[in-house]
Structure formats: structure tokens, C-alpha cells
Design a protein around this ligand. Sequence first.
Ligand code: BG6
Length: 487
Amino acid sequence: MNVPKNANPHLFIVIGGTGDLMRRKLLPALLQLRRQDAFGDEFVLLSVGRRKWSDDRYRQWVREAMKETAVDSTDLQHWCDEYVYYQSIDEGEGYAPLPPRIEAIEKDHGLPGNRVFYLAIPPGVFPTAVQQLGETKLAKSRGWTRLVVEKPFGRDLQSAQELNRIAQQHFDESQIYRIDHYLGKETVQNLAIFRFANMLFESVWSRQYVANVQITVAEDLGVEQRAGYYENSGALRDMIQNHATQLLTLIAMDAPPRFDADAVRDEKLRVLRAVEPIGVDDVVFGQYDKGEIQDQQVAAYRNEDGVESDSTTETYVALKLSLDNWRWHGVPFYLRTGKRLPRKTSEIAIVFREPPVCLFQPLGQCAVIPDVLRLRIQPDEAFNLAFDIKVPGTPLQLVQRSLEFRYADVFEKLPDAYQTLLLDIVNGDQTHFVRADEVEASWRLYTPLLDNRAERSLYTAGTWGPAEADRLIEPCGAQWQTGTHDE
Ligand code: BG6
């Protein structure tokens, strides 16, 4: 990854620094950035957790955790010994030990008081953590301070508003970084470039030329070891309210007047405000039953570890959204996500309208296949534009073929989303983070649906979800572009 050298010395504080997120995502990304010298020489880490550990014990944990990753760990020992600290806290005293510890570390390293506070803790404790952190007054340092909150930000409109209220009591909105890791993916960041740096696509990006838009975020994995979280979440909260909706805003927004954080987020917010309330008939909830994926038998959701045997939690959602604005009126947007689908893929399909007149009918060929632009977010990142051509020779026959651009053919390796986002945080760029009004607008759309989720259909693991999802899309004469039921 091309990273600017950063002369922005700071203390990176991770609350929940012994957890899974730290081990799997943050630590590898931080170390990779350090290796690229993105944080300058003085990159100092303070982890905060409940375990009664010393600095040395934590450093040992870091070294062990890094053995599981591919990040080059040369000089890790030296960095750990010199720049990594640990502070244990217990419930009674809250964050009281933090101010003296932070100030001592900053003094030792000659840091100017710049601080990142990253909440890598379970979502249920975000409000208390933000409140306690605020009370320490650590947010008011002599340098800059940034608060990073992981998803899910709230579990409905009310809790998101409450969390925003607490956070904004202690931090200015310009200090708050709400993470949606999809916004750190290279192909997601490229959506704005694809649309607004190229006249070609933007000129057909409207109701006049587009028949429907489909956003699919599919996973072959099941709930894995996360039943505790997932049983209280479900696919609507876990994937639709955030990741799929962020993709929707980037696809549907108008060009911002400038490419800066507030201008971009104003346009995304306008999209969310244009979405009409979602009717109960426009949503399909599903839960996976046992089945087979890539020749492996997999268990039903209800038989997964930690899942209630009568659980009604949805592992699949498909829904239809309508945007009541000048650009998109009458164009359905379909959002779909699910676990235990045939394969992992995130893809946006822009399905174009058929030509107004079927010129080739007299020649016995009217079945024009609509042109489709596929933006493959992951894996095998690519754009693919499919259109009709004439099969050489007679009789006249049309066939669909495509032009494809694959990242892998041109670029070696795409940066990890967390690396990109962590760098943005340290550089103070909020463009790829979710603003308070945006997160509330998104919850405003989905909160009314949360109570209807018990109405869900079973689908066999390894298929593309319940048949009802086809009935959602077929009335507009369309079909799902990603996957088919017999794949
Ligand atoms: C997370 C969800 O936000 O995104 C997970 O909590 C999901 O359930 C994951 O598996 C998918 O992310 P990615 O980057 O693998 O598509």
C-alpha cells in the first residue's frame, strides 16, 4: 500500500485490547502500518483490558498473537519492549487509572497529547465506556483526540440516538469515527471514483437507463463461534443496516460539490432520506437449514453451538427499497445478504433497461438480454460489463458477452480495510466513517422491520436463500444476477 509518511505522533489506546478484534484485525493492521512507517517512529500503543496483566504479560500476548498472522514480525520484540503498554481496569474504578497512565506514557515518549481511543469491546458496553471515558476528561487533551466506535452502532433507532447523545456530550462530532469496515475496502472506496471520475457511467446512472439495482453480500460461512452476538443481532442488524446500506448510498448518491468528508456524507444522507418506508411485503427473512456447501455437510442454524433450538434469528434478508427522488424514482433497489449461501461474494449489479424498440423481432430474435454492469466488491475484485452482440453468421442470433477488468490482473495485493481506516483515523479524515445523522437515518429505515422477523422461511444451506426472495424480484420482470437457485 502507498502510504504517506506520517509526522503525526500519537498514543493509540485500544479499550478491549486483549479481545478477538484486536488479535485478528487491529494488531495485524497496526503492525503492518508501522512496518510501512505510516505512523512515524514514535508509534506507541496502550491496551486497556480487564485481565490483571503487566506490560510484559501483554507484550507476550502480542507476540503470540502475531505468530498467527502473515505480518512480518522482525523487530517485534524491540517494538513491544519499547512502545507497547498495558493498563488493567476493574469494574469498580472504571477508567480512573487511565489519565495518570496516559500522561506518564506521553511524557516518557515526548508525545504532544494526540490520542486515539479505539473501542474494541462488545457493543452492549459502548454507552458505558463512552460515558466513563468522557468523565475522565481525556478527550480534552492539548493535542487532538479521536474516538473510534465499532459497529454495530446501536441496535435500533432509539439506542443509536442514545449512544450519539452520550458520545456528543463528551466528544465533538469531528472527533467521532464510526467504523463500517466495508468503507475501508478498496473496491468500495473506488465506487465514487468509478462514478465521478468517468463521464461514461454517470451519464446512464439514472431511472432513464437503469431498470433495477441489486446489492448482494453473500457468505458461505455460518455463524461460527459468534452465536452469543448473532442471536441478539441477526442479518438485518449485522449486515443490512450497515454494510449493504453503505453500498446503497455510494451507488445512489449524487456527486458531492467537493470530495471531502462532510460533502460526501451529506449526499449519502440525502439518499437515505429519499428511501420510502419499507413495506412488510417487501422483505424476506430466512434462516439456514442443514445442507451442503462445497461438498461439506453443514448443520442447521438451530443446531449451531450456542443457538437456541427454537431460535427465530434470521440469517438471511432480502428486501426491496424505493427511492423517491428525481434520479431514482421507480427503480427498485434490491438488497440481499445471507450466511451459508453457496459462496462468499459481495457484488453490485446495475441492470439496464431494454431498448425501447425491439428491432430484431421481425428477424425472429427479440430476446435481448439486458445489459448488466457488475461491480465485484470481493473476492476476485472486478468490474464486468455484459452486453449483447451478434453471433457471427446467419441466421441472426444475439448472445451476451462481457468486458472485464480484474484488479488481480493489474495490482498485486489490495490493502486490508482496517489498515486503510486506521490510517484515515490518525490522519483525521472522516470521509469513510459514518456520521451521526447517517447512522440514525439508516436505523430509522430498518427499526420498524425488527419486530416482524419471526416470519422467516427456512432455506437449505448451500442455496441462494428462500424461494420467497425470487418472488420479491420477479414482479418487476427481473431476476437475481448473482447466483441462481441451482448453482
Ligand atoms: C461483519 C459481520 O461486520 O462483517 C460478520 O459482523 C460478517 O457477520 C462480516 O461475517 C463480513 O465481512 P467481510 O469483510 O468478510 O465481507
